[in-house]
Write a protein that binds this ligand. Structure first.
Ligand SMILES: *[C@@H]1O[C@H](CO)[C@@H](O)[C@H](O)[C@H]1NC(C)=O
Ligand SMILES: *[C@@H]1O[C@H](CO)[C@@H](O)[C@H](O)[C@H]1NC(C)=O
Ligand SMILES: *[C@@H]1O[C@H](CO)[C@@H](O)[C@H](O)[C@H]1NC(C)=O
Ligand SMILES: *[C@@H]1O[C@H](CO)[C@@H](O)[C@H](O)[C@H]1NC(C)=O
Ligand SMILES: *[C@@H]1O[C@H](CO)[C@@H](O)[C@H](O)[C@H]1NC(C)=O
Length: 362
């Protein structure tokens, strides 16, 4: 062999060893029910982001709701596209003490789905080091406290204050809806390395190291990828994939304390209420568990609107659901569910609708 060939072989062997290092072995702890200590609520924040007026309206509605729940958290922060004119929202921002923080959108160029592109903006939460802890949630969500009164469900505002003080660096719920049933959470994590966590709600302790490492992936994926061959950058990677890849690395290296939020409380998609099969939702509890919409709804605190193919709730009046969803087989509706599910589905949308009527700014 020529000298340059030997050099090439050595380089390839070294590269192979480095990329294989740490690929096996037993992964460290996942904090399934993280412990909690007191926190200084005056230094914590809830954060949402909005890249257009619709989402700004949604974010404001959720924050007004949080104030009405008497949250102890001092800072309610909307990260908004700083090119938006937010004049109409200023009176509510003042009245409810909501911090409007204009940012440049974090985008990656050369992608063909600009709507999703914007979702990188949520990665800013890791750089908000003026706050000790953050609870982030997507603004197309609804905070719910459903209680029963004479067999009727009643809606109240609520907050997620109990998440502050978690003894982890970051915690997210499981993306339960895309995972095959598996009772064992460690095994489920191993089986779903690239899509285990859902990113529509995130507890985080902001940390510039996390932010910079994630941004390195967003902006310069090839630099990141050279020693992560199993987690190569793909053009269809969005915030959820990016955070998952990053956390998977950190999990293996024991670099961060990673917690799991209970998806039944914080991670439910509204689409679960138009689903006939709930086995994925139940994957971490005994398979004999029966789906009882009313009971399940009363345990949910945050629901994320993910209704496809039914339009988002702010585009659909609750009285005009008929062509989309029904429990009458003769109705010709697009989605057919049982009447109990439909009742609770409609309840969620009515709760949203009455908030929208109060707070939506045209
Ligand atoms: C929060 O409260 C603590 C204790 O009362 C105080 O020491 C700290 O300076 C406060 N922080 C902010 C940002 O106001
Ligand atoms: C608004 O919130 C900030 C903390 O973000 C707090 O320092 C300030 O006192 C609050 N103002 C009012 C009027 O409540
Ligand atoms: C992240 O935060 C640091 C410190 O506040 C700031 O200097 C930097 O510009 C921020 N990065 C981005 C992309 O906003
Ligand atoms: C839900 O609302 C009821 C009635 O206002 C209240 O007593 C209860 O503490 C609330 N629960 C949560 C989790 O917000
Ligand atoms: C998650 O929350 C549900 C609903 O409150 C509860 O039944 C379940 O036991 C919780 N799971 C864990 C691991 O705490």
């Amino acid at each position: 062999m020529k000298y340059w060939e030997i050099k090439l072989v050595v380089v390839l062997i070294v590269y192979f060893c480095i990329t294989q290092l740490g690929e096996g072995g037993k992964p460290p702890k996942l904090y399934i029910e993280p412990s909690r200590e007191n926190c200084r609520y005056n230094e914590t924040a809830y954060v949402q982001y909005a890249t257009n007026k619709e989402y700004l309206n949604l974010a404001m509605m959720n924050f007004i709701n949080l104030r009405e729940s008497n949250t102890q958290v001092a800072n309610l922060v909307v990260l908004f596209n700083k090119e938006l004119n937010i004049g109409k929202f200023k009176p509510n921002a003042e009245k409810y003490n909501i911090t409007m923080n204009g940012v440049d959108l974090l985008q990656r160029t050369k992608l063909n789905q600009p709507e999703w592109d914007d979702s990188f903006t949520k990665l800013y939460i890791f750089n908000l080091t003026q706050y000790s802890e953050i609870v982030y949630f997507d603004s197309d969500s609804l905070l719910i406290n459903a209680t029963t009164n004479k067999h009727e469900l009643v809606y109240h505002p609520t907050n997620l204050d109990e998440l502050f003080g978690l003894q982890v660096d970051i915690a997210m719920p499981r993306a339960y809806w895309i995972q095959p049933s598996s009772q064992d959470l460690y095994q489920a994590k191993l089986d779903n390395r690239a899509n285990f966590f859902a990113s529509h709600v995130i507890y985080a302790r902001p940390n510039p190291r996390i932010f910079n490492e994630i941004m390195r992936y967003v902006n310069n994926p090839w630099l990141w990828s050279w020693n992560h061959r199993n987690r190569l950058f793909r053009p269809d990677d969005y915030d959820m994939e990016i955070i998952n890849r990053y956390l998977d690395d950190q999990w293996k290296l024991n670099g961060l304390k990673i917690g799991l939020l209970n998806h039944s409380v914080y991670g439910v998609l509204s689409g679960e209420f138009k689903q006939l099969d709930h086995s994925r939702y139940f994957s971490s509890s005994p398979s004999s568990t029966r789906w009882n919409s009313g009971e399940i709804l009363q345990k949910i605190k945050l629901i994320h609107f993910s209704n496809a193919p039914i339009p988002k709730p702010w585009l659909l009046h609750p009285d005009e659901m008929g062509p989309w969803i029904s429990c009458n087989p003769a109705s010709g509706s697009l989605v057919l569910v049982d009447c109990d599910l439909l009742h609770h589905w409609t309840w969620i949308h009515r709760a949203f609708f009455s908030l929208q009527q109060k707070h939506w700014i045209k």
